[in-house]
Design a protein around this ligand. Structure first.
Ligand SMILES: [Zn+2]
Length: 128
């Protein structure tokens, strides 16, 4: 994860993450399922065991999509005052679609940024 810059040119982690590509080579698939991270890159062999975004993607999705959907629902209620069933009919499916779409994109970006910035759990360095 650290000494491979001589072999692999630097890639844009945002672009690679948004496309679900390997953070080292930018070619192999990062995900083996919709949100499941694969075991290793099929192109360069990078081991994805380091990848752990934790709750990060969910937090970003909640904050970003929540801001958009609640803002739109409030605007619609204030300006048009539609019946309650129309709110449910509009905002529940929109929220599901936006959250599922954004979750994959944000998880990909966070995992590629984790690789780029060598982010990992803290460890004590007790000397050698
Ligand atoms: Zn790769």
């Amino acid at each position: 994860m650290s000494d491979d810059k001589a072999i692999w040119p630097a890639i844009d982690p945002i672009s690679a993450g948004l496309h679900g590509r390997c953070p080292r080579c930018g070619e192999g698939q990062l995900f083996s399922g919709f949100l499941t991270v694969g075991k290793r890159c099929a192109n360069c062999g990078l081991d994805y065991s380091y990848a752990d975004a934790g709750d990060g993607p969910a937090v970003f999705v909640i904050l970003i999509i929540g801001f958009i959907v609640v803002g739109l629902a409030l605007w619609m209620e204030v300006t048009l005052s539609p019946p309650l069933w129309l709110h449910f009919l509009l905002w529940i499916p929109l929220t599901l679609v936006l959250c599922l779409g954004a979750l994959r994109l944000i998880k990909g970006v966070l995992l590629t940024l984790q690789y780029r910035n060598k982010a990992a759990e803290g460890r004590l360095d007790l000397g050698e």
